[in-house]
Ligand binder design. Sequence first.
Ligand SMILES: [Zn+2]
Length: 297
Amino acid sequence: MSWPDSIHAGETEQPEPLVRRVLAPNPSPYTYTGTQTWIVGAGKDVAVIDPGPDDAAHIDAILRAVGEARVKAILCTHTHRDHSPGSRPLAVRTGAPIMGCAPLVLADDGPRADAAFDPLYAPDHVMGDGETVAGDGWTLEAVATPGHTSNHLCFALLESGALFTGDHVMKWSTSVVSPPDGNMGDYMASLKKLYEREQDRVYYPAHGPAAENPHQLVRGMMGHRKAREKQILKLLTEAGPVAVPAMVDVMYKGLDPRLHGAAERSVLAHLFDLEQRGEALRSAAATDQGEAAWMPA
Ligand SMILES: [Zn+2]
């Protein structure tokens, strides 16, 4: 399979007969080369997975790739702004229903990265775990994978063994897990869920190259998170009470400063998970900056 690392925004590439990708023009430290919109189907109708940002040139590029086929379903893996806003102009221009993940409900008033969310996302139909949608020669099954966000879904293409993994598992980077909507315990459970699936031959993530050794990749991700957890417990034991920014400085040496905030969110997600499991505690003493400090339970 050919997998050029550098297709340009607006270009289409076809890694296998039923699957095409179109790259959106939104590269960044969080999106890598940009969001990849996946078009599934080669017959009279297709599904579009993760239409991406609301960007007129990108919607045009998707419709050029779709050509004469009918768009039968617009599927969203989750409601981050680089994934779902394009669903609305695409629905207007094709008449297709928006399906897939649930709209996001943020009930709590804790710290959150809600600038990343698409509050206008309005699905015509929310797909449950195991639910399928089918068209001419293709069947896509929703695989509930909460963790990166609480509403995250992957989609399995039953005809070919491809799994569209959204932001749950990517080869270029680990997934950001940002509380309160992102949940490390859920994320680990969703990694295990993919690890136990025998049927997946290749992963097509929303950002970056395909993964042709999915089990190896997921095992590596699980190991990485376990190693982070160990590192955190060691830090708490040796240096606690300690605040999150100071932990990131120690744990992520050489990190792109633009990603410091995201790394802090992931460390916090680990700490909440450890707290829930009775292995970490928030110290009553705050640091100079007023940050909560953490110590071993
Ligand atoms: Zn995301």
